[in-house]
Design a protein. Sequence first.
Length: 291
Amino acid sequence: MCPHRAHELFPEGAGKAKNVITCPYHAWSFGLDGKLIHVRNAENVPGFCKDNAGLSPVRVEEFCGLIFVNLDMDARPLAELAAGLNDEIRARCPDVDKLVPARKLTYEMKANWKVVVDNYLECLHCQTAHPALVESIRMETYKHEVRGIYTSQVGQTRSGSDAFTYDSDAPNTDFAAYWLWPNVTLNVLPGDGNYGVFYMFPVDADTTVQHFEFYFRDATPTAEQEQLIDYYKNVLKPEDLSIVESVQRGLKSRGYRNGQGPLLVTDDRTSAIGEHGVQHFQQMVLDALAA
């Protein structure tokens, strides 16, 4: 936003600038470093100081092969808050920095973003809702661990299923899904150089926009990677979309007047069918609201 009268610098939400960003309202101009360059009639304003009228800075950090943006300039680094996540991602996908965007899917869901995260953070529903995924993963190897501001869900997969097909000598044969507080998931998918970044943007209390971004070694997916994208697009996402929208409707029902029933949190905090990830997330939400 322009610091003058708050007009959007790029009203369409994005844009390109070679050397200067100019506000379309009063033509205040800024360099790409955010410093104010030119203001018409400023020379006639006593005490006007360009140094105090630049764009607001944001904190950026490279992490897990991505650029993260934080509006809190004093925030602790992700590398510190989620220590270990970067190493886990790179151990499974060593060339993550060399991958390129290949496909992006976008969905609008009639559900609160927290309902979407709740659904991601447990596989208790997989047996009933995701038969192809269960067929593709050796569920006896599936583990879900809570690790501070992120969680991991990892299981060995079977090639040749509806979801995943890859060469037997592929460097990664696991399904490895990581949730990072509050609304980002990083997924190292079976095969060679398959990286999925899925994130949720709240629109309002009843609507969420979710983006699925796939990164591969080449911008043109292989046949196996196209199968992977098609599975997410035509099978897994529609299954989850139906779930979260049903839950959102149910949350508003008077039949849910007693509130949430007990979560299935067992002593095994790595269980594939436990809800310890959901419990952890909901507690983080409560803590954030109380802060």
